[in-house]
Design a binder for this molecule. Sequence first.
Ligand SMILES: CC(C)(COP(=O)(O)OP(=O)(O)OC[C@H]1O[C@@H](n2cnc3c(N)ncnc32)[C@H](O)[C@@H]1OP(=O)(O)O)[C@@H](O)C(=O)NCCC(=O)NCCS
Length: 174
Amino acid sequence: MILPIIETERLIIREILPQDEQDFFELDSDPKVHKFLGKNPVKDVLQIKLVIEFVRKQYIENGIGRWAVVEKKNNEFIGWAGLKLVKDLTNNHINFYDLGYRLKQKHWGKGFATEASREVLKFGFENMKLKKIFAATESANSASNHVLEKLGFNLIEQYMEDNRLHNWFKIENT
Ligand SMILES: CC(C)(COP(=O)(O)OP(=O)(O)OC[C@H]1O[C@@H](n2cnc3c(N)ncnc32)[C@H](O)[C@@H]1OP(=O)(O)O)[C@@H](O)C(=O)NCCC(=O)NCCS
């Protein structure tokens, strides 16, 4: 284990593991989940195997990556949330920390993304000593915009990516 395990009231936040493959596939093969993610849901479980390997490589190389979000009451992998060191140029930024989250549809609307992200931000600011964290959403993704606002992010600007309008958010450790 490289990353610590974090507990919230209802969730366990832990490393993404190879055994999460089937649940992860359920998440990413759902077209509704991908509505604001380029509308290209995963078709093959092999793609997920590669994603899990990629994320685990980030844990080693960057010391951080997206975490699995698990519901405490039944130990179900319900999705992921976490920080990623983005090394590709995005909205004129490079080498920045980005907050992201993605949950299975049946778990939307229960406050889980906000609950998990609060602890992720705390980890970023307190343990990693980050000064600022960014997040990007498709502008039409109202639920995600709302999560970021609830977390205290500020909408900085809008930009185009892949022909879709995006919102660019920032939160600073004050
Ligand atoms: C975005 C996502 C993670 C939100 O997860 P969640 O656990 O449902 O989020 P929360 O319950 O913590 O908060 C959602 C908030 O948005 C609100 N909301 C939900 N749908 C909304 C909509 N269509 N319009 C406006 N507000 C909306 C909810 O009411 C809630 O606010 P409230 O607590 O004030 O009532 C989830 O919808 C998801 O996984 N979507 C697919 C993947 C994705 O788009 N990821 C984000 C990419 S940037």
